[in-house]
Design a binder for this molecule. Sequence first.
Ligand SMILES: [Zn+2]
Ligand SMILES: [Zn+2]
Length: 368
Amino acid sequence: MKTKAAVLYEYGKPLVIDELELAPPREKEVLVKNKAAGLCHTDLSIINGAIRMPPIPCIPGHEGAGVIQEVGLGVTKVKPGDHVLLMWVPICGQCYYCLRDQPYLCAEKDKTRSGTMLDGTYRLRKGTQNIHSMLGVGCFSEYNVVSEQSVLPIDPGIPFDLAAVAGCGVITGVGAVINKAKVKPGSTVAVMGVGGVGLNVIQGAVLAKATKILAIDVLDNKLELAKSFGATHVINASKEDPLKKVMEITKGIGADYAFEVIGNAETTLTTYNLIRRGGYAVVVGVPDLEAKLTLPLYEIPLMEKSILGCNYGSGDSRVDLLTLLELYKAGRIHLEQLVTNRYRLEEINTGFKDLEAGKNARGMIIYS
Ligand SMILES: [Zn+2]
Ligand SMILES: [Zn+2]
């Protein structure tokens, strides 16, 4: 069949809306008609070449939701008509990591990171050229074939755009707080960068009953949004020194937990400096693959300051995504307020310009 998709043919250039050939699903694969796909900063990093994974040409997009159209042989998890959320780690349940309660690090990731199906082949092509699909889901395509392991059936009552945003921004931010940092009630939490993921670190901190939630960004519109998500203090780093301000608010102690949600070495160092003795700095933002971090090493043993990495919310997405959708239905987390702009696929490059300009919490592609 044919599908319309936004293809990255060249780093640093706009995506090209193109018509591609899509081969049918093979064993344990499904054909998904995408209904919504979020514009995440990681997609932008691929487009501008900071993260050259998968290789080009490729279809970015990893925060999506849609409807199952067709299933391949041996598929038992879903059937045509099911509403699904796409998971950008295809959990196998049997590898070294899955068996040790770290399914978000599943070994299958090594295959999908290279932009192929789990068997190493391709379903999308333009003429004779194979097209890679980001993390095995590439949802900037009207239709795509993905592994059965990459889909999670959801309640059909949940709007597709809200399900989609849960699939990267929300699970990553909330998971960083609950699963990775395990923030304790009464804590002080600082969040460096309050975009689509940072706002969800704030939501996670609210769920964890943090008493002080300090949002740091350089844009006032984002800081305003941060307040509506539960930030108790906002710091505009373009106008005041975040370290000085955090020390002032915490009476010279520092934050119990600080989250870096930008993906930048300089702001990661600042985030580390915000934590107190015995505190935790959690790195969530994905940096340029060449970025390096230099730290005052003695503080790690002598002051017991810790740095933690967090990917995909450090939990089991098969459970956590459903929990997040339940929390939304119960009115305990915001999803509508995260989706600040909607675009047609043809407007995708405008959507990324808006993301770069800091206009969106989440921009969302809506397919007809
Ligand atoms: Zn993402
Ligand atoms: Zn696994």
